[in-house]
Design a protein around this ligand. Structure first.
Ligand code: UDP
Length: 238
């Protein structure tokens, strides 16, 4: 079988919750390791990989502000949570022999690199996996928006959004047996029908820059590699 892939550079977006396994909170090292192996398998195809990992397994800004904390403070805590997840993923990838850089939107030089666009591009050219941490560096945004922003800046050909299900459905497939998966759906349909792929600002940013979003299941072993080679089921938002 040919190993040819249509993609040269991609963004993989996963939520923080994808790293917590069956626990209700935090990091589950075997799960982090499993996802790192999925990334390794795509890296071995020669694809340049950007990653953005959420922070919801540790802290979410909205949660904090609901408990009376100032929203901006809570959001900064959420951004810091994404740095912890990025470091965990970096450690897992490097244990597999993959050179990785964590690049933070909020400079913290002792911990990781600050974001400098041209430097990040150079890392990608050298086949280092770049994990973009601390979201956009601004409160009131999400890591979905950060993933879309960095994907545009890095000229990725698509965002691969790894979720628990193999695409976008018209209703929650875990609740409705007759939920229907879309093969493709437009950005505007996602926005108008509130299809919950990503938040509205992320969808709009992808739309305005013609950046396709591919929603696929991260639970399927080999799923990420398969999708990149055009196999398996997924939804393409375009
Ligand atoms: N966050 C933020 N600005 C950003 C990205 C993230 O303020 O650009 C904060 C926000 O509070 C958010 C938290 O970081 O709730 C964690 O990110 P997110 O909710 O996107 O994580 P996920 O749901 O993907 O795990």
């Amino acid at each position: 079988a040919s190993t040819a892939v249509a993609y040269k550079r991609v963004m993989l977006k996963i939520s923080g919750e994808a790293l917590m396994g069956d626990q209700g909170y935090g990091l589950h090292p075997p799960t982090v390791q499993r996802i790192a192996r999925e990334v390794q398998s795509v890296h071995s195809l020669g694809v340049e990989i950007c990653m953005v990992i959420g922070g919801g397994n540790i802290f979410r800004g909205l949660q904090g502000s609901a408990q009376g904390m100032e929203r901006t403070t809570a959001d900064y805590m959420g951004m810091l949570a994404t740095v912890m997840n990025a470091l965990a993923m970096q450690a897992a990838l490097e244990s597999l022999g993959i050179f990785t850089r964590v690049i933070s939107a909020i400079p913290m030089d002792q911990v990781c690199e600050p974001y400098i666009r041209r430097r990040a591009v150079r890392h990608l050219e050298k086949k280092r996996v770049c994990i973009f941490a601390a979201g956009t560096g601004n409160p009131y945004f999400t890591t979905d928006t950060a993933a879309t922003l960095r994907a545009n800046e890095m000229a990725c050909q698509a965002i691969f959004k790894g979720t628990k299900v193999d695409g976008v459905y018209d209703k929650d497939p875990s609740k409705f047996a007759d939920a229907k998966r879309y093969d493709t759906v437009t950005y505007d349909e996602v926005l108008q029908q509130h299809l919950g792929v990503m938040d509205a600002s992320a969808i709009a940013l992808a739309r305005d820059n013609d950046l396709p979003i591919i929603v696929f299941s991260l639970d399927e072993p080999g799923g990420f590699r398969g999708i990149l080679r055009g196999e398996g089921t997924y939804t393409r938002v375009h």
